[in-house]
Design a protein around this ligand. Structure first.
Ligand code: SF4
Length: 216
């Protein structure tokens, strides 16, 4: 199949959105194959390889039959595929409410402005802090969200420094999320309150509901 208007897809499924300001909304997830990073806590390494090349039209047809308006394009790293930006543009043109989860390592330039970007800032404990593409910060919109997955006290202190250095909360929403099984959630919540940080604390709702198995 020609590459134009196709994407390598790991899975398409419906579930409850577990993260971001859309938490709790029944949504359809499109998980794209491939990621250039190797975060130590990655729970979707099965999407690094494999998958099936599917045409945009076939994906649209599956979305229509599932029926949810909220669509989350995730990975892997969705922007690792050249066709993704074109796909996002077509998806919002079909009136879906689209969010894109990205590692922050690849430029978010030229993404349709109707797409909500949820961009990770990789912390030292992820093992991939060197991959942060800092030039992305100036491209974020007020409707977008920065996400820090925090694994330790050291990660928290580093995240606080980055938050202040780039005044991230003045650009977009900022999410601080405890790394599952690495730091006590209540400890992170207490640190945020103690320091009066202008961030949103979030726990991954889907992990509370279903552990490492996504609900369907
Ligand atoms: S960026 Fe996401 S998909 Fe890629 S290794 Fe890190 S956690 Fe896994």
């Amino acid at each position: 199949m020609a590459l134009k208007e196709t994407l390598k897809i790991s899975e398409i499924f419906s579930s409850i959105q577990g993260e971001s300001s859309k938490v709790g909304l029944p949504s359809t997830f499109i998980r794209l194959t491939g990621c250039p990073l190797r975060c130590q806590y990655c729970d979707t390494s099965y999407a690094f390889t494999g998958g099936e090349r599917i045409s945009f039209d076939e994906i649209f047809s599956q979305l229509k039959s599932i029926g949810y308006k909220d669509i989350c394009v995730t990975g892997g790293e969705p922007l690792a595929q050249n066709e993704t930006k074109d796909f996002l543009k077509k998806l919002v043109a079909l009136k879906y409410h689209v969010s894109l989860e990205t590692s922050g390592s690849i430029s978010i330039n030229n993404i349709d402005s109707r797409v909500k970007i949820v961009m990770d800032i990789k912390t030292p404990d992820s093992g991939e802090v060197s991959k942060n593409n800092w030039s992305n910060i100036s491209l974020m919109k007020p409707t977008d969200e920065f996400k820090f997955v925090i694994c330790s006290d050291e990660d928290y202190q580093w995240s606080k420094t980055i938050l202040k250095k780039y005044t991230l909360h003045k650009k977009s929403s900022v999410l601080f999320s405890p790394c599952y099984d690495s730091i006590k959630a209540s400890h992170l919540a207490n640190l945020i309150l103690k320091d009066r940080l202008k961030v949103r604390f979030q726990m991954q709702l889907h992990k509370i509901l279903w552990g490492n198995e996504p609900g369907r």
